[in-house]
Design a protein around this ligand. Structure first.
Ligand code: TXA
Ligand code: MG
Length: 339
């Protein structure tokens, strides 16, 4: 199959919608990462997403909407708290897990009695959903296990020959996937940290938000993940990453002492000049939003430059930085050290 790459235009939106309505899959831009979309009401269309990504069948997908009316059939018994959050953060990078509706197909829910939904902030994503007239299921448009794509070129390098069309909406402004919050039972629970922070959610809910164990810990053998995606190896470049906790000074010393061929530093932009090895940077030390925006392209750059080992300077662990930390922990397969 030939994969076309088209910039966002009235024409490409029309082509994307026609393919999606015909049961095909299309990569679309969102403000978080690129998504690989299919009609959320069609099992056969959604099955193509799992094949193209090589995604485990038991990992459910997020359905994307472009109006609150589209919640109908997708989810049911929507609590007041969900509408309050929608009012505060939609359109935007927040996904809500709710009770499953009657029309959403089995392949999207992967056997769960819940369904997750997001109203994306990227105008082209909303235009494509509206042109289709149905919610679009869309996981990140990478091969399963590799870093999420934040440019159309990233999608092309993973999906070339596997999908008919990529709509190019430029580099993603957020750069990490949406915050996933479960409202499916009594206790609001953060399943995946993102650009919308725990603190922001608590402020709107007027109540504490629990954090799922899997956000910061590997699952132990036999443990069930609240969010199935958490149990898989994720975001992993070919380089072996070690997450280094410590001051800027201690990090520099550690990297100096461990220099060899193929060793890279994955560091903040203000640090690269003082490090004695090849560096790939991911944002500025005090700016979590810039770190989020650049992290996945930095992981892809490590591969492109043939890194064998990368020492990553650990980000902070609250606010937006919690999302960056959560992704890096997985990229490092939870290999972290204190210096
Ligand atoms: O920003 C995003 O959310 C991007 C863009 C394309 O919208 N999408 C995305 O999808 O990151 P994906 O499939 O890569 O990640 C979805 C995560 C997975 O960890 C999955 O297990 C979890 O959300 N998830 C989806 N539905 C769920 C449900 N019903 N219950 C619990 N977890 C769910
Ligand atoms: Mg993903």
């Amino acid at each position: 199959m030939q994969t076309l790459l088209e910039p966002v235009s009235a024409n490409s939106i029309k082509t994307a919608a026609a393919l999606l309505q015909a049961g095909e899959i299309v990569a679309i831009p969102t403000e978080t990462v690129y998504g690989l979309a299919a009609n959320a009401f069609s099992n056969s269309a959604v099955a193509k997403i799992f094949t193209a990504k090589g995604r485990p069948q038991d990992n459910p997908l997020i359905s994307h909407i472009s109006s609150l009316e589209m919640l109908d059939g997708l989810v049911r018994d929507v609590p007041k708290s969900a509408y309050a959050l929608a009012d505060a953060f939609w359109p935007g990078p927040l996904t809500l897990v709710l009770k499953r509706g009657a029309r959403v197909c089995d392949a999207v829910c992967a056997g769960l009695d819940t369904a997750s939904v997001r109203f994306p902030g990227h105008a082209a994503a909303r235009d494509i959903i509206s042109a289709c007239g149905v919610p679009l299921a869309a996981p990140s448009a990478n091969l399963s296990g590799s870093p999420s794509p934040t440019t159309a070129q990233d999608v092309l390098s993973d999906m070339s020959g596997r999908i008919p069309l990529i709509v190019d909406g430029g580099a993603c402004s957020v750069g990490v996937e949406s915050t996933v919050l479960s409202l499916a039972d009594g206790q609001p629970t953060l399943l995946r940290p993102g650009f919308i922070t725990k603190e922001q959610l608590e402020k709107v809910l007027g109540a504490p938000v629990a954090v799922a164990h899997a956000v910061l810990q590997p699952l132990s053998a036999g443990e069930t993940a609240a969010s199935p995606g958490m149990k898989y190896k994720h975001y992993a470049p070919k380089a072996a990453i070690t997450l280094v906790h410590g001051t800027a000074e201690a990090y520099r010393e550690y990297v100096r002492a461990h220099m060899e061929d193929g060793v890279f530093a994955l560091c903040f932009s203000d640090e690269s000049a003082s490090l004695p090895c090849p560096c790939v940077t991911y944002g500025q030390a005090e700016d979590a939003e810039s770190q989020a925006q650049q992290l996945f392209s930095a992981l892809r750059e490590l591969d492109a430059r043939g890194a064998r080992i990368a020492y990553a300077h650990c980000p902070a662990q609250s606010g937006v930085a919690l999302a960056v930390y959560n992704r890096l922990l997985r990229a490092a397969a939870f290999h972290a050290i204190e210096v």
